[in-house]
Design a binder for this molecule. Sequence first.
Ligand SMILES: C[S@@+](CC[C@H](N)C(=O)[O-])C[C@H]1O[C@@H](n2cnc3c(N)ncnc32)[C@H](O)[C@@H]1O
Length: 379
Amino acid sequence: MRVLRYTILMSEQQPPSPQHFNSQIYPETVRLEREGYLGLSPKQVYRREAAFALRAAGVKGPENFREGEGIVDTACGVGNHAFQMSDMLERKVPIEGVDVAGKLIEIANERLQKRIQQGIHDRIAQFTEGAMQGLEKKKLSGRNVRLITNLGSSFFGYMGVGQMKESLLHFYNLLEPGGQLVIQWRGDDPDETQKQWEEREARIRGKRKKFSVSKSQENVAGYPMPLDMVENYDKTSSCYLRYIDAENPAVVDGDSAAEVAKYEPFTKVIDGRPCKGWEHTTSGIQFLSYERVYRDAQGKETVLPPTLIAKMKEEKEDNDRPKGSPPKEFDGMKKLLRETWFRDDANAADRNVRFVRGEGEEEHLGHQVLNALVATKPG
Ligand SMILES: C[S@@+](CC[C@H](N)C(=O)[O-])C[C@H]1O[C@@H](n2cnc3c(N)ncnc32)[C@H](O)[C@@H]1O
């Protein structure tokens, strides 16, 4: 394991281990962002994302599943989307969740038990600890998998490129023929005019709520939560990303040597600061290092642990794309599917991989739009 060094260190916090580097500051920070930025409650966000994912897959109700078929929700966290999908499918479709963070899985299972005590009978078999890139049928309950979901911007950004490819291969092996993979993420809407964007922003600003999750000293992933940040978070608080000069891409640590050899470091000046990044040369996927900074009503700033963001190399601004065209992340993921699922047939990716963009207010999250990649395993 490589040693991580940061030129800008967190105040009084140890640099996180690679295991923590990217995935573990969820869910408190995500909630803060969702409430603060998007003007929606976390529950509304999960509901919209879950409903959109089902629509993207063409699922109208439980009748779209045959007996014995179910859903596997990957990167399920504390089960937010899985419970939403269960409710939307009248609790008739078996769903199971998998996440690499054991503590989140523990919470998801506690929530499941609580629902059972309340007389809510999901057909959620279980939540299981495990990495996407190691997902195997024998670790799950053995049902036929009709749909694999990966919701809440959880695929493109938490893994190195080799791990993304491994995950896609495991998804392929797990799916029954004709089964679908839905990867959903959030992004700016390139088709929205500046005026529409400003109107959305204005609506959100007025709706920003006071932060209201439990004020425990430690968040579920074991980070000390900056309590004052939680307590002082209000309408005038804000959050921004600060790009930093981190030394090593921990996300690459789990990749094979062959894949690691394809990364090249680069430095880019963003917002007047040097940002260290790594580019995966054959796919064009870049990893940039940044940290989130929360500024409270008094202007006091709290810096959260560094993380990496995966982006497609910017050859052209997203805003310059032709109307209706998918964002670059889609191109990147499709490229990886071409190299994994559709190696033997160059045109198969075009036939079997679709892009779906959210439509209307219900498929937006504040000023962001919902995006989905839907891949069908040839039957
Ligand atoms: C943005 S959160 C989304 C969680 C959940 N879908 C939601 O929105 O409530 C990303 C999740 O991905 C999980 N994760 C990150 N890398 C993973 C991996 N390699 N395999 C499985 N889960 C992973 C994290 O632990 C985290 O719970």
